[in-house]
Design a protein around this ligand. Structure first.
Ligand code: BG6
Length: 496
């Protein structure tokens, strides 16, 4: 059971109500919040889309989505109760009358007055939609009694100029406090735990710096390719815009930022922005490139990216990236930060590994063993791993003496796993984020200067990728193109 219940009556309007994200994430999250009594007593969900549904057929779509994607059991009375809060508003995003119709429903009191507009629509439609909402009088003034919040899905722009432009349009009609730019990685339980782990313990923070850390690796590997209709979007987007500029950069910020002076949104975001401003692709010698891009070829029963539905057969879009980054500040200067992500890789895993330096004195490196226990000797560096998913947990690799008559040291792991400690399913990222948006907490959302700072880092990397021509091909089920190994001076990728 969630410990919070929203008090304010609210109307949750989903633009792009018939889309994939609505089915897979938004509706299941709202349903779980409803089942756990976290939504206010008076709430309405309005689906806004062009397709020809009425409230009845929209409810059938919702039920179908929940049966396929909800982590909360779908039972008849609950679904019926949930559907009693739903309605459908058929309209085209470019049609002023559709917005006027919505506004009329607020005016007549048909819908609770506080409003959250969730824009799950193509990025190029966001600016115009906010403009139309404003013209129809649907956006209330900041800090007024009746509140308006707008949640914007990623990608937020395509580059720095378009992100600035989009911020400009949004800020013409809304105050920053009314805008919630979503990055669902920030809603993941384990991602939120990075801050508490770092700043609620005395043990780790003193060694989180260039004196003790050898390097950091952040991996977000996926086994999926272009399921459904995703190819068209992805071919235009590519791995840097889809995963690196947002999800990976956010993980990097949380693990490297300075302690904030409080936990409120502005303090946390200020610290993240400082990291982003100091972040850049590492400068490396010519034969050690700092970036490598790949595209998956075909495999046993899986198509090559170029053969996927709605992908250009000549596409040069990268589906894999390996980057060596560095943070040019006092704490991290000179510490390589390796980022790696891709589709169709060997397994689904997201983790951050902080590898510490080896002890200054190699006391245990050359122990001569005798008898039958001389297979393992030597001290491996300590590694702290934040396992974001799956098997969520935090692990620390340390060296310990193996029980024997000799001094044989081997690596052992100290584990904290969520499943071992708490016998409950972790909340979905969208549940947490929707709840936060409904209660007006923007800590886990991205601020305008933060998004712009992210693009400022990625733009030159995008330009470098475009200039380097075709990405390297890699086998599905592998760890990316072999050429990515040249990014690294050690075999840090290959420790799986
Ligand atoms: C999305 C990307 O933001 O994150 C997808 O657009 C990616 O391409 C997804 O598959 C990964 O999210 P998760 O939560 O499954 O790691």
């Amino acid at each position: 059971m969630l410990e919070v219940r929203i008090a304010d009556p609210v109307t949750f309007v989903i633009f792009g109500a018939s889309g994939d994200l609505t089915r897979r994430k938004l509706l299941p999250a709202l349903y779980t919040l409803f089942a756990e009594s976290a939504l206010p007593e008076k709430f309405a969900i309005v689906g806004f889309a062009r397709r020809d549904y009425d409230s009845h057929s929209f409810c059938a779509l919702v039920e179908d989505a929940l049966r396929n994607h909800s982590r909360t059991a779908v039972d008849e009375p609950l679904i019926k109760a949930f559907c009693s809060h739903l309605s459908y508003h058929c309209g085209d995003l470019s049609d002023a009358a559709a917005y006027a119709g919505l506004q009329a429903r607020f005016e007549t009191g048909d819908l609770p007055a506080n409003r959250l507009f969730y824009l799950s629509i193509a990025p190029d439609l966001i600016g115009r939609t906010v403009d139309s909402l404003s013209r129809a009088g649907l956006i209330t003034a900041p800090h007024s009694k009746v509140w308006t919040r707008v949640v914007v899905e990623k990608p937020f722009g395509r580059d720095l100029p378009s992100a600035k432009n989009l911020n400009g349009v949004l800020l013409d009609h809304l105050d920053e406090t009314q805008i919630y730019r979503i990055d669902h990685y920030l809603g993941k339980e384990t991602v939120q735990n990075i801050l508490s782990f770092r700043f609620a313990n005395t043990l780790f923070e003193p060694v989180f710096n260039r004196t003790y850390v050898d390097h950091i690796q952040i991996t977000a590997a996926e086994t999926v390719g272009m399921e459904g209709e995703r190819g068209a979007f992805y071919d235009q987007t590519g791995v840097l815009r889809d995963m690196v500029v947002n999800h990976l950069f956010q993980l990097l910020c949380l693990v490297t930022m300075e302690p904030p002076d409080g936990l409120e949104a502005s303090s946390v975001r200020n610290e993240k922005v400082k990291i982003l401003r100091a972040l850049r692709l590492a400068e490396t010698a010519e034969h050690h490139p700092a970036a490598c891009f790949g595209q998956y070829g075909d495999g046993d029963g899986t198509k090559a990216f170029r053969a996927e539905k709605r992908v250009d057969p000549q596409s040069k879009t990268a589906t894999f990236a390996a980057l060596r980054m560095e943070i040019n500040n006092w704490r991290w200067a000179g510490v390589p930060i390796y980022l790696r992500t891709g589709k169709r890789l060997a397994k689904k895993t997201t983790e951050i590994a902080i590898q510490f330096k080896t002890p200054p004195l190699a006391l245990f490196q050359h122990v001569a063993c005798q008898g039958d226990v001389c297979d393992v000797t030597g001290v491996k560096p300590n590694t702290l791993i934040f396992r974001i998913q799956p098997d969520e947990g935090i692990f620390l690799q340390v060296s310990a003496k193996r029980p024997s008559m000799q001094m044989v040291v081997e690596s052992v792991r100290m584990d904290f796993s969520y499943s071992g400690k708490w016998n409950r399913v972790l909340p979905e990222a969208y549940e947490r984020l929707l709840l936060d948006a409904l209660r007006g907490d923007s800590t886990l959302f991205t601020r305008s200067d933060e998004v712009e700072a992210e693009w400022a880092v990625i733009d030159p990397i995008l330009a470098g990728a475009a200039a380097s021509g075709e990405p390297f091909s890699y086998d599905p089920g592998s760890w990316g193109p072999p050429e990515a190994d040249a990014i690294l001076f050690s075999n840090v990728w290959k420790n799986e």
